[in-house]
Design a protein around this ligand. Structure first.
Ligand SMILES: Nc1ncnc2c1ncn2[C@@H]1O[C@H](COP(=O)(O)OP(=O)(O)OP(=O)(O)O)[C@@H](O)[C@H]1O
Length: 686
């Protein structure tokens, strides 16, 4: 894919994108999180780039949302969908779903949405999703106890490049290797020439090391799993809770993860734990062993009566001998017992094996001294021995675990991706469930050929606007169908604006490829949506001029457009408004656009227009306790009575009833002049 051909992607961004692991996959699947890992690309920009790539793929000219209000409606709908995601990934991914005029794009998302509607937003799945996040690449791994060695300068550079986790050292000869082995637990020699050389310490000759980095640094593959352990675990739980088909063997992955600590070390191995504890506790255990011996000896000396002949004492003193000699002469057995207790303590406390015990026992000499002291050299040797054993064990376990997990890496990536995609699907499923949505039916132009008279613009049955603040059960489902151009009249607060919001929401969601909040919706595929909200107050001359200009553009290219306009008359004086609106409607009608204009001047506009413009009406069916009772579904071809007319009608009716009551049953027209007045007003409305 030529990245620069994506709308909105210039040379610099293309370069940033090509730094991604698999830019095409990220763009094709709308993986905003992955795109946003490219240098200098924010999440918002990543979503725009993903939308650009989709537009390129579907040859979509863009610009479906042609006005501010249309864009606002899209944002609000997107907000409602995003509210229903658990992960940030899903929220960002939803931003790549936008209204498109292209059939191929709509059908692509529809296919996804159909699958989404099959999903069950089980709370256990939503809970498990809380822990899922896109996988992180492990940071720099440094392994200090192992090094690579070579005599060759070229090989040295190669090694540094291939295995940056380890130090690489240049050596002259086997002597150099031996020196290195003193500083590192393991030395890996890269040159063939060292084959057969035997040296003290763990020195391995592996000329193939650079080709098998995972064997030399199992820490590398393990770091990926260690860094992402909790995320992977959460993704496993999502698959279980949602009963999803897993892309890898869950039990094997879980087993591998359970053997891994977050810092990349292998967990749950008794031998490694024993060695680690022994190294950590060595000093403390040696001190405790000394105390055991000294307490023992002190006790023994205290209880012993030491009898010594004068001549012996004299010879001892003359030889300058100390109490040690006395100990060896008089308390040899007690001393031997005390030292034995110290040795046993050290071996037991550190849980040493036979070879280690042999070294440990030498830490306390048979030569009597008081107080008893450990031999530091022996303790150091023991420490080296234990540390080397620990490293060997850890290395072996890491290599085994890395080999077990190596095959799981791709599966693990899929596992997390599938879990995150499920969140996107569940958000759509929850939206559809909460707003009782259905998939809309698109009437393709071919379906309409030869049937242009009853060609549908849109037809909504039982629709409920998701933009209304009311809870769903308080919203009356409405029906409305328009083909061509229509005026929508109606009582104040009858729901005209809400109707336009509903039409816009349904059309936007349908062109996103998503389900719509209605019992049934049929519509044609539109090229763009021009939704003009009600302007607050009269526009000044400049703003008025620019609005008229906008409509001039519309009048030029309205075929395929859906135009929704709310009370355009407020832009100027009523008389002028009616004329302008009539002119706009004529042009739109000639161009074959679909349009709904909400207006209180429907009657006047109809008179001005040079074609038979349809006027639909949202009517009050009566007044209940001073409140209008409204039939919120517009009546086709029917100018709705205005609220004042309804009130006058009500007053006329009431005063007639009062008169009848006063005259004992029949109105005579003499008792009161009010009914006459109300009737006169009513006549004006006819
Ligand atoms: N379908 C519906 N079900 C329930 N309530 C609704 C419905 N449609 C509108 N309403 C309620 O009626 C109120 C007024 O609606 P809306 O603003 O759409 O009326 P309007 O006819 O455009 O009013 P105006 O003539 O003053 O511009 C809304 O705030 C909403 O609470």
């Amino acid at each position: 894919m030529d990245l620069e051909s994506i709308p909105g992607v210039g040379e610099k961004t293309a370069r940033a994108l090509s730094a991604l692991d698999d830019p095409e996959r990220a763009l094709r699947t709308g993986d905003v999180e992955a795109i946003a890992t490219a240098p200098g690309i924010s999440q918002g920009r990543a979503a725009r780039i993903a939308r650009g790539a989709i537009r390129l793929e579907h040859d979509d000219p863009g610009g479906f949302l042609a006005t501010d209000r249309a864009r606002e409606v899209y944002r609000e709908l997107l907000g409602l969908l995003e509210e229903r995601t658990v992960t940030d990934y899903a929220a960002r991914r939803l931003e790549t779903i936008y209204p498109s005029p292209r059939r191929s794009r709509i059908e692509e998302v529809q296919e996804f949405a159909h699958e989404a509607l099959e999903r069950d937003p089980d709370p256990a799945v939503l809970d498990a999703l809380e822990g899922v996040q896109p996988l992180r690449e492990p940071g720099d791994v440094r392994v200090r106890e192992r090094c690579l060695a070579t005599t060759d300068a070229e090989r040295y550079s190669e090694a540094r490049e291939a295995i940056p986790e380890l130090s690489v050292e240049i050596v002259e000869d086997a002597q150099g290797l031996a020196e290195l082995a003193r500083g590192y637990a393991t030395v890996i020699a890269l040159d063939d020439s060292f084959a057969g050389v035997t040296l003290e310490g763990d020195v391995q000759v592996r000329p193939d090391a650079l080709e098998n980095p995972a064997e030399v640094v199992p820490e590398r593959p393990l770091a990926f799993f260690a860094r992402n352990r909790d995320r992977l675990q959460a993704a496993v739980e999502v698959h279980r809770a949602a009963d999803l088909e897993p892309p890898c063997e869950l039990a094997a992955l879980e087993d591998g993860l359970s053997r891994l600590d977050e810092d990349g070390t292998v967990a749950g191995d008794d031998e490694l734990d024993r060695l680690t504890t022994a190294v950590d506790d060595l000093d403390a255990a040696a001190s405790a062993a000394e105390s055991v011996a000294n307490d023992h000896l002190r006790e023994a000396i205290r209880e012993q009566d030491v009898t010594i002949e004068g001549s012996d004492l004299l010879s001892l003193v003359e030889r300058g001998a100390g109490v040690d000699s006395l100990l060896s002469r008089e308390l040899a057995d007690e001393y031997a017992a005390a030292v034995e207790a110290a040795r046993d303590h050290l071996v037991d406390a550190l849980d040493l094996d036979q070879g280690e015990s042999e070294i440990a026992r030498r830490a306390f000499s048979d030569e009597p001294t008081f107080p008893v002291e450990r031999d530091e050299d022996v303790i150091s040797r023991l420490r080296e021995e234990l540390t080397a054993a620990k490293e060997r064990r850890a290395g072996k376990l890491k290599r085994e675990l890395a080999a077990d997990l190596a095959d799981q890496r791709d599966g693990a990536r899929r596992l997390v991706r599938d879990a995150l995609e499920l969140d996107v699907e569940l958000a759509i499923a929850r939206f559809a469930e909460e707003y009782e949505c259905v998939m809309p039916e698109f009437a393709e132009p071919s379906d309409l050929e030869g049937a242009s008279d009853d060609a549908v613009g849109f037809a909504i049955e039982g629709g409920r606007s998701p933009l209304l603040d009311e809870p769903l059960e308080r919203i009356d489902p409405v029906n409305y169908e328009v083909s061509g151009v229509a005026l929508l009249s109606g009582v104040n607060s009858g729901g005209k604006t809400s109707m336009l919001d509903l039409v816009a929401s349904v059309v936007v969601l349908a062109h996103m490829g998503l389900p719509v909040p209605a019992e049934r919706v049929r519509l044609r595929r539109f090229d763009d949506l021009h939704y003009h909200a009600k302007t607050q107050g009269t526009l000044d001359a400049g703003a008025f001029e620019s609005t008229v200009r906008e409509f001039a553009d519309l009048a030029e290219g309205g075929e395929g457009s859906l135009v929704l306009v709310d009370e355009l008359e407020s832009i100027t004086e009523p008389g002028a408004s009616a004329k302008i609106i009539a002119g706009i409607l004529e042009a739109l009608s000639e161009n074959g656009a679909t349009a709904v204009f909400v207006s209180h001047l429907a009657d006047e506009i109809r008179e001005m227009a040079e074609f038979a413009v349809t006027v639909d009406g949202i009517e009050a069916v009566g007044l209940v306790d001073g409140e209008l009772e409204v039939n919120r579904s517009p009546v086709k071809d029917h100018l709705a009575r205005s609220t004042p007319e309804l009130i006058v009608e009500k007053l006329a009716g009431e005063s007639r009833d009062t008169e009848i009551a006063a005259n004992g049953g029949a109105p005579d027209g003499t008792a009161d002049s009010k009914p006459l007045f109300y009737d006169r007003l009513l006549e004006k409305f006819e």
